[in-house]
Design a protein around this ligand. Structure first.
Ligand code: SF4
Length: 106
């Protein structure tokens, strides 16, 4: 299987997000795949504001410390799935409540 984003994206049905997941999970590349959770998290918190998933991806790649780039994708997805959820985010138990810029945080 090809190990570059360009080769992966040339395969049918594989977009940038999927290519980033494969590169990260199978080969340990420092990629961040922006799915619905990461897109929401980045924009809601102010961590990585962007109009497109690519905008958010670029900002997350820029601000994430190098030593966390391998696992950032997984950690942020899990945070978006279980804490900073689309509906009723658990702000009361969120460790990022102070820096979070979401005006509606409770
Ligand atoms: S404070 Fe609330 S909105 Fe902000 S990151 Fe935490 S869970 Fe999400």
């Amino acid at each position: 299987m090809p190990q570059t984003r360009e080769e992966l994206e040339s395969l049918p049905g594989v977009g940038r997000k999927t290519a980033n997941v494969l590169l990260n999970t199978l080969w340990g590349h420092h990629t961040i795949a922006v799915d619905t959770h990461l897109f929401r998290l980045g924009n809601r918190t102010g961590l990585a504001v962007g109009k497109t998933p690519l905008d958010v991806e670029k900002k997350l790649m820029h601000i994430t410390p190098k030593q966390h780039l391998k696992n950032a994708h997984h950690l942020l997805i899990l945070y978006g799935r279980y804490v900073c959820t689309a509906r009723s985010p658990k702000c009361g138990e969120c460790v990022a409540k102070t820096p979070c810029q979401w005006k509606e945080k409770a």
